[in-house]
Design a protein around this ligand. Structure first.
Ligand code: SF4
Length: 252
């Protein structure tokens, strides 16, 4: 879910000049210790997504690709306030940030304002990712499922695009991680082997627990159990056969 404590855009004001609006729909008011490895980070949310994951924790953002963003002046003011409070990193997340043409200006502004930049992506738009990679310091790409499971679980069919994004990141990102939220009903050891083979040779893969919430889009997902620590540890061990560093993120 889009967390509480967000400065977000109000509903459109008719007189707002569109050019003055950023692609940022909301900024986390407090800095995050968990969204950018090694950095105290400000988190910037962009709207809209080209996946339809039933387990999406940011579902409020999925169908809002046309939502107006915050004025640039407000983004700058909130960003500078973060910088004045020792925040060194900026996380650009969604939704899917690569859907927004304005993401390029955002990355450039964040650089000017003195932030290291991290991009979160679902990997669906390698042609945009290729242009963003030289401009960001860290990329986190979700590798949600084994390739064959993507269409049914996410509504996204273009597996070749995801493979291209994985290869681009491995070859060109300054620093990166792939990450998988483990859903016990949907991820078997065989699935984890398939994910490992897909990202083979990666520098880092992060596993995180699925946590059910009332507001998840798919009612079936709301009833699924939280991932156990034992499953996460077992799956991390499998991935260590494919990836240099495997971490479990969360409270275990
Ligand atoms: S890719 Fe991410 S933001 Fe998009 S629907 Fe799936 S979980 Fe939600």
């Amino acid at each position: 879910m889009m967390p509480p404590g967000i400065n977000k855009a109000s509903e459109p004001a008719a007189e707002s000049p569109t050019a003055a609006l950023s692609p940022v729909y909301g900024i986390l008011q407090n800095a995050s210790l968990v969204d950018y490895p090694g950095q105290l980070a400000a988190v910037f949310f962009l709207t809209g997504c080209n996946f339809t994951c039933g387990f999406c924790h940011n579902a409020q953002l999925m169908g809002r690709a046309d939502a107006r963003g915050l004025p640039w002046a407000e983004v700058e003011q909130l960003s500078r306030r973060h910088r004045d409070n020792w925040v060194t990193g900026a996380v650009i997340t969604g939704g899917e940030p690569t859907l927004h043409p304005g993401v390029f200006r955002l990355v450039e502004q964040l650089r000017e304002w003195g932030f290291l930049r991290k991009l979160d992506t679902n990997g669906s738009r390698p042609e945009v990712l290729a242009r963003l990679l030289p401009l960001v310091d860290y990329v986190a790409m979700d590798v949600k499922f084994a390739p064959a499971d993507y269409p049914a679980r996410t509504g996204f069919q273009n597996i070749a695009a995801l493979t291209e994004s994985i290869r681009l990141i491995q070859a060109q990102a300054r620093n990166y991680e792939f990450r998988t939220t483990v859903i016990e009903a949907w991820h078997s050891p065989e699935h984890i082997h398939a994910i490992g083979a897909w990202v083979q040779g990666a520098q880092r893969h992060v596993l995180q627990a699925f946590i059910p919430r009332e507001e998840l889009p798919d009612p079936a997902c709301r009833a699924m159990p939280e991932t156990s620590a034992a499953t996460l540890r077992a799956y991390a061990e499998i991935l260590r056969g494919y990836v240099a560093q495997v971490d479990i993120r969360g409270e275990f």
